[in-house]
Design a protein around this ligand. Structure first.
Ligand code: SF4
Ligand code: URA
Length: 246
């Protein structure tokens, strides 16, 4: 068993222990009263556990060298937001700004993503934002200080990094995932269909609803695409509201 498999196993066990903790009391002689084990306490406990698990994973990503991107990154970019988010955004990979700051979507396309999130009635703190690879894919990997040195991640890099994303999804367990752009959509759904064909219709990943849409940087290049992303995000908002009501 390698160390990432070990971590998955550890996370699963912790989750299972948590579930058992939540059901605890059903067949016990001593049952905690509602005051002792109120729903809020359980909820807070779950959030703090998810937060702890994400912190452990973040530390692991920060020292990861499972693909060559780990050799030249300035900072690994794990993800930001709520451990309890209903909505998770998945981009392609860190660029120059993200590599320097250590946070996802903090450059130009990040500013646009932040506006989209806010137009949806959410904030960067209430949703969760990450990428399919956690380190900066560079055209010239020896030159992290160079601008316009970004490239999409390769199949091998995505494959090496995917267990981290899957663990983030498992811990956060969002109601809806939004994949931003062709690379994250295609690699998560395992499809070759063009983003222009698959965007706008819900798919599923690990029993979670997934909405593929354009990457914000595509909108920066072609403002005609803005209306499509907004159409897609309206479906996402309605879907979260429907799930909340049921
Ligand atoms: Fe590890 Fe992912 Fe960074 Fe590759 S991109 S070194 S797999 S964290
Ligand atoms: N583009 C991405 O796909 N991810 C980022 O974090 C920044 C830009």
């Amino acid at each position: 068993m390698d160390s990432s498999e070990y971590l998955v196993m550890l996370l699963r066990l912790t989750k299972r222990a948590l579930e058992e903790y939540n059901n605890w009391g059903e067949n016990e002689i001593y049952r905690p009263t509602h005051e002792e084990l109120s729903k809020k306490q359980t909820f807070d406990y779950q959030i703090s556990e998810a937060k702890n698990m994400l912190e452990v994973l973040n530390k692991k990503v920060n020292i990861c060298r499972n693909c060559s991107l780990g050799n030249n990154r300035l900072k690994a970019v794990f993800g930001v937001g709520s451990p309890n988010a209903s909505l998770m955004f998945i981009g392609e990979g860190p660029g120059y700004d993200e590599d320097h700051k250590g946070y996802p979507f903090v450059g130009k396309s990040g500013q646009l993503l932040t506006k989209i999130i806010e137009a949806m009635g959410q904030t960067r703190e209430t949703v969760y934002i990450t990428n399919i690879v956690k380190c900066h894919p560079m055209i010239d990997p020896l030159n992290p200080e160079k601008r316009s040195n970004d490239r999409p991640p390769t199949f091998e890099e995505i494959k090496a990094c995917k267990p981290y994303l899957d663990m983030q999804i498992e811990i956060i367990n969002p109601k809806v995932i939004v994949t931003l752009g062709a690379f994250s959509t295609k690699s998560i759904l395992n499809t070759e269909e063009p983003i222009s064909k698959i965007r706008g219709n819900f798919r599923e990943y690990k029993n979670i609803k997934l909405m593929p849409t354009y990457h914000p940087s595509a909108i920066l290049r072609n403002s005609n695409l803005k209306k499509f992303i907004w159409e897609d995000m309206k479906k996402v908002i309605h879907s979260i509201e429907d799930i909340r009501e049921t």
